[in-house]
Design a protein around this ligand. Structure first.
Ligand code: ADP
Ligand code: MG
Length: 698
């Protein structure tokens, strides 16, 4: 049986009742197989004796103690038991908050194994956090001493002890019978001979080295399947080739349209923009459909490149669907597009979810009959009733917000039989280290340099309580005629003691009385949002209290101040995006990161990166190293990658090896049809551990 087939419910395990079961369910653990995939966060080594006398500084103690007496403090229901103990090195006491039942366990005169953290209180060595066990129990499989214990990520009321016991049972009853999911010869060099053994060793290792080997074994297996999937998807994308060879670029028409557009620009393309555009031109002239990721930092001029690509599609008489993540951006792109492309005769329409029905119907008709060359929209572009006459190009702005499945779904919408070209644009940089893995099936273009004249945004950190200086500074900028954003983690007053946009809107309005202050957040009606943004863009609103709705793409060059309060609550990628809202014009700009009282070392390190770095790619890489790959790339959000044990940064080398293995296997047997590869075929077919969209739709 494969691990994924170990589907007995966790509630069948002793000690896991309904309540514990639903706590586990909340973190996605329903079956015993899923429980075995809940890997330890770290281990506790209880093989070395640490006497009581060593426990004064809050560190762990691991020793055998004798109970010397009981004492009670507090009154009535609040009575708490205190157990006096000693070992050869010292005396101490155990404070049994909520565990008065230990009165009948830790009986005076008896010896126990003890593991706990101690500190000195009023001259007495005390612990409130400890585990005990009768001495004769140590070394047993059920015992917790003289061995290495797993420490799991916990949830709710569950204790380590309960989880350990549940995992031990699941291993014993099903885990040790788990079949390997790898073929012959693949898993050399891990010092582990089967998946069942790897699972046992990762939960209850005999040595820390064995634990790491087991983890590597399981990580490699996971990465191997990841790459197997990705390579197959890549092959599927490439196989989208057209049978017909009717893909001659309309060179002359292209030249005319591009000339009209470029001549009207108040600037010339940067070298990087030109280079990237040539790559796109080559792609769009080739037989193979384009699948290109265009990376470039906030404000580097990607949108313009996208518009120029629209010209290429239009010259061939095909349509472009341009997707943006929010209605705000759809509107903004729409305005820019008509300014830049209108003169070249490109017919533009906007499609959003909030459109009136008859207006929408007219638009759909026009799309179908080919009266529209460029439609810019939100994910409303995916609705089932949207059909194109001749869809030639799909542009997705800020693609990290969309799932892989979605972008392929859009491609399927071409009615002409030939797949559309894809241009994905992102400013939330996907670290180089990950891009290769995630987008190995995409060609990548990068705009590295900014348009000339941009000054980096001066970034300052301020502790909350010192924000007065920041507000005063902003007042100075307002007096010069500039504008400011104030961004908050919450829309309205919440319970967490955080500042929110609505309350601060009122306070800012009082403080900056001479100016108009606006409020924008995602819960406003679309109409209201657009009205506020329009007034801000036109300079009528000087100060905008906002949430991260202004994160992406908003372009108001006269705004020079970005104040982010509770900056510690935002991901670095989001902070970078927000900062990118200023520094877009000729004036020097400022970003103030105001952080809440107590900040962890990690939190400080993260904000410091923002202060020191303006390169979005480096910010993403650093963030990844500090936090590990999580939502920084948006991959979790889009469900693209759900790795359980492997870590794409830490396991870079392992990942490369796994990829090489996957390549080799697929080279020899692309369809995985041979008997040796039967197991891969079965695993892929049964339980695709990754994105279920990965192979569908291509
Ligand atoms: P991105 O989409 O990469 O965030 P945009 O395309 O929105 O960047 O460009 C940001 C601003 O820079 C826009 O106002 C745009 O008109 C301007 N811009 C783009 N290319 C150039 C260039 N080559 N020289 C000067 N300004 C440019
Ligand atoms: Mg943009």
């Amino acid at each position: 049986m494969f691990l994924a087939e170990l589907d007995a419910p966790v509630t069948a395990l002793k000690g896991i009742g309904r309540a514990r079961g639903s706590e586990l369910a909340r973190i996605g653990i329903r079956t015993q197989g899923e429980l075995l995939l809940h890997f330890p966060r770290t281990y506790e080594d209880r093989r070395t004796v640490i006497p009581l006398a060593a426990g004064t500084d809050g560190s762990a103690v691991n020793t055998t103690v004798r109970v010397t007496g009981h004492e009670w403090f507090g009154w009535g229901k609040k009575r708490v038991l205190k157990v006096h103990i000693e070992d050869e090195s010292a005396r101490a006491s155990l404070v049994c908050y909520g565990r008065n039942f230990l009165e009948n366990v830790l009986v005076p005169g008896k010896d126990f194994r003890l593991y706990g953290t101690f500190s000195l209180r009023f001259g007495e060595l005390q612990s409130g956090s400890f585990e005990t066990e009768p001495v004769n129990n140590s070394g047993q499989i059920s015992g917790s001493f003289d061995r290495i214990l797993p420490v799991y990520p916990l949830t709710g009321e569950l204790t380590q002890k309960q989880l350990r016991s549940a995992v031990a049972q699941a291993l014993k009853e099903g885990g040790i019978y788990i079949e390997d999911e790898t073929g012959p010869g693949l898993m050399h060099g891990f010092g582990i001979t089967s998946k069942a053994k790897a699972l046992t060793a990762v939960h209850f290792p005999h040595t820390l080295e064995a634990a790491e080997n087991a983890r590597a074994y399981l990580a490699f297996e996971e990465l191997f399947y990841l790459h197997l999937n990705l390579i197959r998807r890549s092959a599927a994308l490439k196989a989208r080739k057209t049978e017909s060879s009717s893909r001659r670029p309309e060179v002359e028409k292209e030249r005319i349209i591009l000339e009209k557009v470029l001549n009207r620009l108040p600037f010339t393309l940067t070298a990087d923009q030109s280079a990237v555009f040539r790559e796109i031109q080559t792609d769009m002239a080739s037989q193979q459909p384009m699948a290109r990721l265009l990376q470039g930092d906030v404000g580097s001029g990607k949108t313009l490149i996208a518009f120029l690509s629209v010209c290429l599609a239009a010259a061939r008489g095909t349509q472009t669907a341009f997707m943006a993540p929010t209605e705000l951006l759809v509107r903004q792109h729409g305005e820019n597009a008509s300014r830049i492309l209108g003169a070249a005769g490109i017919r533009i329409a906007l499609l959003t979810g909030s459109m009136a029905k008859d207006q929408r119907n007219r638009l759909l008709d026009a799309l179908k009959s080919g009266d529209i060359d460029l439609v810019i929209g939100t994910h409303a572009l995916f609705s089932g009733d949207v059909a194109y006459k001749n869809l030639g190009l799909v542009i997705i702005d800020e693609q990290h917000r969309f799932g892989v499945g979605q972008r392929l779904a859009l491609a399927e919408k071409s009615e002409t039989g030939r797949p559309a070209d894809f241009l994905l644009m992102t400013a939330t940089p996907i670290p180089r280290t990950l891009a290769q893995t995630l987008f190995s099936d995409l060609d990548v273009s990068t705009i590295k340099t900014m348009p000339p004249g941009r000054k980096p945004v001066a970034t300052h950190l301020a502790r909350m309580g010192n924000e007065e200086k920041v507000y005063t500074y902003v007042a100075g900028e307002l007096a010069k005629g500039r504008q400011a954003y104030f961004v908050y983690p919450l829309i309205e007053e919440g319970s967490e003691g955080l500042k929110d946009a609505e309350t601060m809107y009122e306070q800012l309005a009082l403080r900056y009385r001479d100016y108009r202050v606006g409020l924008i957040h995602s819960r406003l009606k679309e109409e209201a949002k657009l009205a506020v943004m329009k007034d801000f863009a036109e300079g009528q609103i000087a100060v905008l209290a906002a949430t991260s709705v202004v994160e992406v793409g908003v372009d108001v060059p006269n705004a020079t101040c970005m104040v982010i309060e509770h900056a510690e609550r935002f991901g670095l990628a989001a902070l970078h995006q927000l900062r990118g809202r200023v520094g877009r014009g000729i004036h020097e700009s400022f970003c103030f990161l105001v952080y809440g009282g107590t900040l962890s070392e990690e939190g400080k390190a993260r904000l410091k990166i923002m202060k020191d770095t303006h390169d979005g790619f480096r910010i993403a890489e650093e963030d990844l190293l500090i936090r590990g790959p999580g939502d920084v790339t948006g991959t979790q959000q889009s469900g693209f990658l759900r790795l359980r044990i492997a870590d794409l940064v830490r396991d870079r080398e392992l990942s490369q090896r796994a990829r090489q293995s996957a390549v080799t296997v697929l080279q020899e047997d692309p369809g995985l049809l041979s008997d040796d590869n039967r197991v891969y075929r079965q695993v892929l077919a049964r339980a695709n551990p990754f994105d279920p969209d990965l192979l569908s739709g291509v």
